[in-house]
Design a protein around this ligand. Structure first.
Ligand code: ZN
Length: 98
């Protein structure tokens, strides 16, 4: 019975971490390494990405966008002043699957 309870608890913890992220509260100070700023959970070692400009942890959406920009999937282009330009379908490739 004790083993079943331990297994159940491990499975629940796994899904809680997948859904809600790390729930530990002991974190390192934010630091920057290889152009990435993050805190590290001192219990499980998970990296929690951090915004040095806004002094707060990044949301999962912001982390995904940052990773995509680093991988070159998202191009951040300056907006030309003046009239907006329509992009032909042949140039639109930001949503193309790899
Ligand atoms: Zn943790």
């Amino acid at each position: 019975m004790k083993v079943i309870t331990a297994c159940l608890r491990a499975v629940l913890n796994f899904f809680a971490e997948v859904l809600f992220g790390c729930s530990h509260s002991k974190l390192s100070r934010p630091f920057t390494l290889n152009h990435e700023t993050y805190e590290v959970c001192l219990d499980c070692g998970k990296q929690i990405y951090y915004s040095a400009q806004e002094m707060r942890p990044l949301t999962p959406w912001e982390v995904r966008r940052m990773k995509a920009a680093q991988a070159g999937e998202v191009k951040i282009m300056p907006v030309a002043p003046g009239r907006p330009r329509l992009v032909p379908a042949s140039e639109r490739n930001s949503n193309r699957a790899a």
